[in-house]
Design a protein around this ligand. Sequence first.
Ligand code: PMP
Length: 425
Amino acid sequence: MSNSETLFQRAQNIIPGGVNSPVRAFNGVGGGPLFIERAQDAYIFDADKKQYIDYVGSWGPMILGHNHPEIKKAVIEAAENGLSFGAPTEIEITMAEKVKSLVPSMEQLRMVSSGTEATMSAIRLARGYTNRDKILKFEGCYHGHADSLLVKAGSGALTLGQPSSPGIPADFAQHTLTADYNDLASVEALFKAYPGQISCIIVEPVAGNMNCIPPAPGFLQGLREICDKEEALLILDEVMTGFRVALGGAQAYYDVVPDLTTLGKVIGGGMPVGAFGGKKEVMQHIAPTGPVYQAGTLSGNPIAMAAGLASLNALDTPEYKYLAEKTEKLALGLQQVAKEEGVALAVNYVGGMFGFFFTDAEKVTNFADVCKCDIDKFKKFFHLMLAEGVYLAPSAFEAGFLSLAHTDQDIEDTLQAAKRAFAQL
Ligand code: PMP
């Protein structure tokens, strides 16, 4: 038995499914997970000392590559002063100012410790601000695992075939309305059916939890217009896209200004950080300036802030443009080698994220399209690539991530591995 297999057996006795977050268990592809010992640059090393080119990047945060020297230094230096104070610190201001400088629609923002907390808090704020109970989300979009949001959700919820989770009272779920991604008419129909009752639209501006689905031209602008007309708030959930699709997030890339933005992943540089923010007038409704309650013992934690700030500073350089170039090279290369091997493959990519689909369809634009793809082929491809030393997201419903540490050689090696894998499908 491999060391990963031994560890997985031990883990399953004490941790449900052996993992602290479901998709890690590889239930989307079968077989047990790799246990990871360490990671450096674009590579992860498992408990059996095998090296892999990593396209998961801890599900997004490791945009600079693993174990980046400036982030490591910042964390070690901050740790010298103590791990947590539960009182304000200067670095929280510096961090908030840095985020605002990159994402100007976030006139004010608050730090939390995960993406789930960010979206949960933003939804509560939208409801408190508008005095309306209903929210509108899209089928296949995932916004963390808060009760209101785990309705027709993406990500691990799809891998388990349970997009709406047991344990969420029907009384809660009835306030979550779901529309079809890239379909403005389905949004308008819901506003018509529930006049004056919808507090906000929350959307992944590039959907990354049903694989990778970019917004159709005009989709995000259309949502903005509907929100303006209906006096609802537009929440862009940029937990995944923030600092990844562009330094200013998808809102900069697609030129759309939300009322509220949620962030996670990259903002923490690998430490548990999330944030939500937006119009000052709306943010002033949060306690202690306003009545909408939100809090956190470890929110704005100094070590987490040090990692996040170092990460954003290291990212905010002219080199950033290479992220999109590398991603395009990989995406187009995959399409090319698939074609050479006679495998029908559609590829989507934006900025530093990508997705590929085993399908004859030329375009994959929503959840229904994703469901028509050949999942069994994906599973086979995943395992062939793993054997080749390439670590892809272990689910057909997750986006892939590049980092600035991926070299041209890494991408070339990946494409050669993919060519061999496609040949065996
Ligand atoms: N929103 C989006 C768009 C996400 O991709 C995720 C996580 N994949 C979340 C929210 C939840 O973030 P977290 O896992 O940090 O709670």
